[in-house]
Design a binder for this molecule. Structure first.
Ligand SMILES: Cc1ncc(C[n+]2csc(CCOP(=O)(O)OP(=O)(O)O)c2C)c(N)n1
Ligand code: SF4
Ligand SMILES: [Mg+2]
Length: 344
């Protein structure tokens, strides 16, 4: 049997997880990320009817059309994906939500929405395809562009301080913060698998070069730059729950974090002193890597103990969307009791 005929636990081939053909530029980092999402969805055997793909506006936000053609999808307004995602996941918390946004969609127009989604800890994977420009509208600088960078399409030099989305996520309380590079397939795939199995908002900020408007010399979001300056802090592998697998790791060199569903995030520490469970260390690390010629990738921070929005809202096990009218409408007595609690 050839690789193309190989089937996953659901008896489906990888092709069954295809979306529409990509209309993005050849070589765009976003295409590679879409392929990696398709790959891990197939490998993990995600049921497509249980997945909702969410995005805003941008070349990056178009990419959900290019994978998982049988899943639900919602292309929100520019920067407004987080509120649509919050609504969708609240209405049906049994869905696996995968959001794909851009550095403009998240870091510029959508920053407020992004922060509040994280604050609520809405359980979803939140991928930012970060190229430092507004690719769709022809190369203006986005909020993640480096100060002092020249880009002829953006009209000169960027005078403004860049925003680091991993930093913003950690200080807003995010419990899963990672950075990667679209050219590192293994790292992107393993981070995605861990993120899908993480219970809460899982941010992966992926540097994803725009070959048309920002892949030139001097751009820290170009393929050549990231290949030269990328410092990987940990080699990550995700191990799904399987009782027979024993994880063997050497103290001091590896870390295993058990997720709620039993899956394990296994990290081989490349920087021996770094522990991604230490929030202060994560903030210090990002502070140290503010210079564009120091790019850090890997799992930067993980915290498994945060309550999700589903738990905070105390939602019933049956998703709201599946409750009958009779379950949702309080009885006359229950309503009277509730009103009485507001009377002095
Ligand atoms: C409210 C609103 N403002 C502005 C625009 C124009 N616009 C469309 S996409 C975009 C930026 C997209 O940049 P990014 O999110 O980085 O995606 P990329 O194309 O780089 O992947 C802008 C400003 C819009 N569609 N809607
Ligand atoms: S313009 Fe840039 S971001 Fe948009 S598809 Fe082309 S390479 Fe990708
Ligand atoms: Mg962009």
């Amino acid at each position: 049997m050839g690789r193309r005929d190989q089937v996953n636990v659901l008896g489906l081939t990888k092709k069954d997880y295809d979306g529409a053909p990509s209309t993005l530029c050849v070589g765009c980092g976003h295409n590679s990320i879409a392929n990696q999402i398709q790959q891990i969805a197939w490998e993990l055997g995600l049921p497509q009817h249980q997945v909702i793909k969410l995005s805003g506006i941008g070349c990056s936000s178009k990419s959900p059309a290019y994978f998982l053609g049988h899943s639900h999808g919602f292309n929100a307004l520019h920067g407004r994906m987080p509120s649509v995602a919050t609504g969708a996941v609240t209405a049906n918390h049994s869905l696996i939500a995968i959001g794909v946004s851009g550095d403009g969609d998240t870091g510029s127009i959508g920053m407020g929405q992004f922060k509040h989604l994280i604050r609520r800890n809405v359980p979803m994977v939140y991928v930012v395809e970060n190229n430092g420009v507004y690719g769709l509208t022809k190369g203006q600088f986005s909020a993640t562009a480096d100060q002092g960078q020249f880009n002829k399409y953006a009209g000169g030099i960027n005078e403004l301080t860049p925003i680091d989305l991993c930093f913003e996520a950690i200080i807003s309380g995010c419990g899963f913060v990672a950075r990667s590079f679209s050219g590192d397939k293994h790292q992107v795939q393993e981070l995605l698998k861990a993120a899908v199995n993480y219970d809460g908002t899982a941010l992966i900020d992926i540097i994803s070069p725009c070959v048309t408007f920002n892949d030139h010399e001097g751009s820290s979001k170009s393929y050549a730059w990231v290949q030269e300056y990328n410092e990987v802090i940990n080699d990550i592998s995700f191990i799904p729950e399987q009782p027979e697998i024993m994880v063997n790791y050497q103290e001091g060199e590896s870390i295993s974090v058990k997720l709620h569903d039993g899956g394990i995030v296994h990290l081989t520490k490349l920087d021996k002193s770094y522990d991604p469970r230490d929030r202060e260390a994560a903030i210090t690390l990002l502070e140290r890597y503010q210079d564009p010629d120091k790019i850090v990738t890997g799992l930067i921070y993980i915290n498994e103990d945060k309550k999700t929005s589903t738990q905070i809202l105390d939602l019933p096990e049956t998703p709201l969307v599946h409750l009958a009218q009779s379950d949702l409408r309080p009885s006359r007595e229950a309503l009277a009791d509730a009103l009485n609690t507001f009377r002095m």
